[in-house]
Design a protein around this ligand. Structure first.
Ligand code: FUB
Length: 465
């Protein structure tokens, strides 16, 4: 009886936990991108902005395996509204010498002296590096060949890069072991005098990466793939996918950038709706710490259709990382309010349903595939002493409407902006409407209305006083 009761309580608490973790919620913030399947998040803080570079799982998976052609970029300054910068590099366009058009796996970008270095693994081919003058690209392949081509082929994936205080940069990578090189200052070559022609193989010891028993009964370590290398308060951290498939996230620390590493335990365990892989990145931003990972929770999601998520956390006093639980709610509080009295990109989104984004060379990225009932939520918009009018830049073959609402998809309606037929889906015009005077901070909803089919493309919006 006692057992039954406690079992019942356990089941009930588990159910409540599941509902809290994964039920659709008005406050859903995870995954942070709903327009595409994005995996392997690699955050970068630059100029007071967080950029997240992601790999990209295609909507339609080929041969029941990873189907990945390009790498995408998103940015935020408030940790809840994310601006889509589109695909910043692709195998087809930027690495034409690579024979395969699939295999654009986990990426990381880093800035050095005003240049941006994008380390991209191509599954089965090695790791390349592309260089740009801006975090948005265009990223150029100056080498025309792999940076890392160590004959580990399948294993040469998941690069992570870090520049130490003394200026020495390190590139770690690997599945199912870890290797590193010491990058030269140009960031596109490395010191060949150490290890095996420059490539150092990290000793995969149980005290460094935790002990695990393999399927064949032999002993190995918990390390699988997806390393993320950084330093905080003079301690070096290597976090990584651990524990076999489905993957958990574990971590090790060292007082030196090249080890020896000491296994510290798991950060994120396996949970339902996480995919069979997990891949993480950690940053400190505006005094807070954030843990990025991926799940498979979007509609039609799966192991090969994953989605980037983020959770805020607090380091323990001794620098250890607490156990982090994946949530739907994600980051609870916006770090700053959004100013509606300037041009805002329509692709700056806290949450959306039914949409995609597209881009062209003149407009950049815009919101596309808008159908009746789709919507965009933008969080923490500060209308200050009041907005009186609204304008939207859109292009349409048919026309439609934008309902402007506050607080919820069916919240207070403050105005309706009619989008007329502009002649084509890339003929852009600005449409204006009066709105009920709004004051203070609100979550803003754009709810799209119209006939069947695609209504219009939406590039930007702005309120007026
Ligand atoms: O996204 C493809 C692969 O899945 C990554 O390289 C691994 O880290 C795993 O997330």
């Amino acid at each position: 009886m006692k057992y039954k009761k406690s079992n019942m309580y356990r089941k009930a608490s588990l159910l409540i936990l599941m509902v809290l973790l994964f039920a659709g919620s008005a406050y859903a913030q995870n995954p942070i991108v709903q327009t595409y399947f994005t995996a392997d998040p690699a955050p970068m803080v630059y100029n007071d902005t967080v950029f997240v570079y992601t790999s990209h799982d295609e909507d339609s998976t080929k041969a029941n395996f990873f189907t990945m052609y390009d790498w995408r970029c998103y940015s935020t300054t408030d940790m809840v509204n994310w601006t889509d910068h589109g695909a910043v590099a692709s195998l087809e366009k930027d690495l034409p010498w690579v024979n395969k058009k699939n295999g654009a796996w986990a990426v990381q970008c880093i800035e050095r002296n005003g240049k941006f270095y994008l380390y991209v693994p191509i599954h089965g081919t090695g790791i390349c590096v592309l260089v740009a003058d801006s975090p948005y690209g265009p990223f150029i392949d100056h080498l025309g060949k792999q940076l890392i081509d160590s004959d580990h082929l399948w294993q040469d994936i998941d690069p992570t890069v870090f520049i130490d205080d003394d200026g020495q940069a390190y590139l770690y990578w690997g599945n199912p072991s870890v290797w590193y090189v010491k990058l030269n200052e140009d960031m596109i070559s490395y010191d060949k005098s150490i290890g095996d022609n420059g490539v150092v193989s990290v000793e995969m010891a149980a005290e460094s990466f935790g002990e695990s028993v393999k399927k064949d009964g032999t002993l190995g370590t918990k390390y699988v793939e997806g390393p993320w290398f950084y330093k905080r308060n003079n301690l070096y951290y290597l976090i990584y996918a651990a524990n076999g498939v489905p993957e958990s996230i574990g971590y090790s620390t060292s007082i030196s950038p090249t080890g020896p590493w000491k296994y510290q335990g798991l950060i994120m365990e396996r949970y339902p709706k996480l995919s069979f892989t997990n891949h993480s990145g950690i940053i400190d931003y505006k005094g807070n710490s954030y843990f990025f990972y991926h799940n498979e929770a979007l509609p039609n999601g799966g192991g090969f259709r994953r989605s980037t998520c983020v959770e805020q956390f607090v380091y323990n006093a001794d620098g250890s990382i607490p156990s982090i639980v994946p949530t739907v709610e994600g980051v609870k509080t916006s770090l700053e309010n959004l100013n509606p009295f300037k041009r805002n990109e329509a692709e700056t989104i806290a949450w959306s349903e039914g949409l995609k984004t597209a881009s062209d060379s003149k407009r950049g990225v815009y919101v596309s595939q808008i159908n009746n009932g789709d919507y965009i939520k933008v969080r923490s918009v500060d209308f200050a002493k009041g907005a009186k009018k609204f304008e939207a830049t859109a292009a349409s073959k048919t026309g439609g409407k934008i309902e402007i609402r506050l607080g919820a998809k069916d919240g207070q309606l403050i105005g309706v902006c009619e989008i007329a037929n502009t002649g084509s889906a890339d003929t852009w015009k600005t449409f204006t409407t009066k709105v009920e005077k709004v004051k203070g901070v609100h979550d803003l909803y754009f709810v799209f209305e119209g006939n069947d089919g695609e209504l219009f493309n939406f590039d930007a919006w702005e309120f007026g006083k």
